[in-house]
Design a protein around this ligand. Structure first.
Ligand SMILES: NC(=O)c1ccc[n+]([C@@H]2O[C@H](COP(=O)([O-])OP(=O)(O)OC[C@H]3O[C@@H](n4cnc5c(N)ncnc54)[C@H](OP(=O)(O)O)[C@@H]3O)[C@@H](O)[C@H]2O)c1
Length: 314
């Protein structure tokens, strides 16, 4: 099969498009003919070697977790799927297993769902990791109608889904983004749009019931200042602050800092699919690349100013 793979940790100098052996499905697995893959920030980190303690250092390494395609073969003992089914899902690249940036993918059936009628392969591939992180982050922030919410990094993969979901929940959304993306953030449904530098955050003069930090690295001191008493800050890259500062935050200021992690249970997928079908949530895909040009997709994801999701078609 043709695949896009790395031969070492690094950038385009260690990335290749070429032939690798076809995989075959094991017990409880499906062999999927991949049609579309979307990139996530984790793919870039894995490629660079930032997460090597999770992924291991075995090469060649095929990246890409979010995929959509057609079942080509059903593995031994695998029930519930048939050859020809349209499927999508998220394969775990953290365990060192081959990812989806290839013509063929073997994937555990528990990681796979049917593509709902009315959803394209590209849309399906764009949804999993980012939308599931956004929806669970908003649950963590306890967002309900009328809550004042700040979404930091509102126009990337996680952020652009979070703005749409929060709007659908009835929150009053303030989005942060770079100046070029302000119009895009408004189109997604943000009520207010500000820059993400400290002076922009402060000069906006608002306080929030919750902050969903989709970018992940807002200074905790800024988060504390921007939250109302009793407010919640949830970060996609949460690192627990020291015991003393979190004690003061919680018990003196009544504010909580926590993690906005992805959850990928069937009910989470169902909620995302329902919102998509009700037209409350759509993946914005401005940039498509073919598999042989996947290196350019990584380049854009890492160094460009992309909006929404980047999709590689196979
Ligand atoms: N914990 C989990 O389960 C989980 C799951 C998924 C993702 N994540 C993490 O979440 C983060 C975001 O992922 P993503 O897929 O949304 O990435 P992405 O598509 O690259 O988006 C990142 C966004 O951050 C914005 N940004 C850049 N510098 C910023 C700053 N200084 N302050 C605020 N925003 C800034 C970018 O805006 P501009 O381009 O306009 O500058 C962009 O919109 C990644 O670190 C990823 O690893 C965690």
């Amino acid at each position: 099969m043709k695949a896009f793979f790395s031969t070492a940790f690094g950038g385009p100098e260690v990335s290749f498009y070429g032939e690798l052996p076809d995989p075959s499905p094991g017990i409880g697995q499906l062999l999927v003919e991949v049609i579309a893959v979307s990139l996530n920030a984790a793919d870039i980190k894995i490629k660079r070697g930032d997460l090597k303690s999770y992924t291991g250092s075995v090469f060649p390494k095929i990246l890409g977790s979010d995929f959509a395609g057609i079942v080509k073969e059903v593995g031994p003992g695998t029930t519930g799927f048939n050859r020809g089914d349209r499927v999508y899902g998220m394969t775990s690249v953290f365990t060192g297993k081959p990812g989806a940036l290839a013509e063929l993918l073997t994937v555990d059936k528990v990681k796979v769902r049917p593509v709902p009628a009315g959803m394209t392969f590209e849309e399906a591939a764009a949804l999993p990791a980012a939308s599931l992180t956004a929806i669970n982050g908003l649950r963590t922030c306890m967002i309900t109608a009328g809550k004042e919410l700040l979404i930091n990094g509102a126009t990337g993969g996680v952020g652009h889904f979070a703005v749409q979901i929060a709007k659908a929940l009835g929150a009053v959304v303030t989005a942060t983004c770079s100046p070029d993306n302000a119009g895009f953030a408004r189109k997604l449904g943000a009520h207010n749009v500000i820059g993400y530098r400290r002076k922009d955050l402060v000069s906006a003069g608002r306080k929030y019931d919750a902050i969903l930090d989709a970018y992940g690295r807002m200074e905790y001191a800024d988060a504390r200042r921007l939250l109302k008493r009793g407010g919640i800050y949830a970060s996609t890259l949460f690192v627990p602050p020291s015991g003393i500062s979190s004690f003061f935050l919680k018990h003196v200021y009544g504010k909580r800092l926590t993690a906005a992690n992805m959850r990928a249970e069937p009910e989470d997928y169902q909620e995302i699919e329902r919102m998509f079908l009700e037209k409350k949530l759509y993946p914005v895909i401005e940039n498509y690349f073919t598999l042989d040009k996947a290196a350019s997709a990584f380049e854009l994801a890492e160094h460009g100013k992309h909006r929404g999701k980047i999709v590689v078609t196979v």
